[in-house]
Design a protein around this ligand. Structure first.
Ligand code: MF3
Ligand code: CO
Length: 256
């Protein structure tokens, strides 16, 4: 079922979004060679709980972490572990979902571990760019295919792949709601989006093939090449969109 959200619900989602993006920012400050992904997970967990919010991924279908920490060829859903120690030259995608008073915010960013190759730098940049391209012209009446087409086109323009077996999703009272939001497709096709819908748009871009090898939670590229992830929770409006996973003004923040 696809839902639209009222003003009160959107306010709660903005708080959830603020907590989510700040949790990712906290994790980002600690990314360096030698730290384990389990340590990063604890940083996100402690921050979310300190804000009176809940880590949505923890326990979701048995997922054991607060964050998904996905290194290099792992595309998404990397399980935080004491045994995964970051090394110079890797890239790591941090995907985090937090809920506040029952409403979720979902975001992801990819970080460099120390110095990384030019190809990896470009991959991170193009992945973020794919997200912003998806937002161009997006508003009430746009179609799902417009989003997928924009992401796919930008990825392929740079010789990269856009993952097909997974994608974005509706979000709100549940972390995953309808509709499924493909990161590939054809403009002008698919369901029409409506003011008040909230969706997670999340390009997962690969340096080589978009094909994955899936095994339980493990989702990695078939060719072993690296991938990057960039995600925000977005509200559809009459005249455009608003990103809900962004930091609220300090002022605003005190009042909440
Ligand atoms: N942002 C991820 C998604 O959209 C969150 C997955 S959390 C997990 O699917 F619990 F499913 F791992
Ligand atoms: Co998501």
């Amino acid at each position: 079922m696809i839902t639209t959200k009222n003003q009160k619900e959107i306010e709660l989602m903005k708080i959830a979004g603020d907590i989510t993006i700040r949790a990712i920012e906290e994790v980002g400050k600690h990314i360096r060679p030698g730290i384990s992904t389990k340590e990063l997970d604890k940083i996100a967990h402690d921050y979310i709980v300190s804000r009176g919010a809940k880590p949505s991924c923890l326990g979701y279908q048995g997922f054991p972490g607060t964050i998904c920490a996905s290194v290099d060829e792992v595309v998404v859903h990397g399980i935080p572990s004491d045994d995964i120690i970051l090394q110079e030259g890797q890239i790591i995608s941090i995907d985090c979902v937090a809920s506040y008073k029952g409403y979720h915010g979902d975001a992801a960013r990819t970080f460099a571990v120390g110095n990384i190759s030019e190809e990896k730098q470009k991959l991170i940049k193009v992945t973020e760019e794919c997200f912003w391209k998806a937002l161009e012209g997006l508003k009430d009446g746009s179609r799902l295919g417009d989003i997928g087409a924009a992401v796919q086109k930008n990825a392929e323009k740079h010789g990269f792949g856009s993952v097909r077996e997974m994608g974005g999703h509706g979000i709100g009272r549940h972390m995953h709601e309808d509709p499924f939001v493909p990161m590939f497709g054809t403009a002008g096709t698919g369901m029409k989006l409506k003011t008040g819908m909230t969706i997670a748009i999340e390009p997962m871009i690969t340096a080589g093939t978009w094909e994955l090898r899936l095994n339980g939670w493990d989702a990695r590229t078939k060719d072993g090449r690296p991938s990057a992830h960039y995600e925000n929770t977005v509200l559809i409006k009459d005249d455009g969109v608003e990103i809900l996973t962004k930091k609220l003004e300090a002022n605003n923040f005190e009042q909440r």
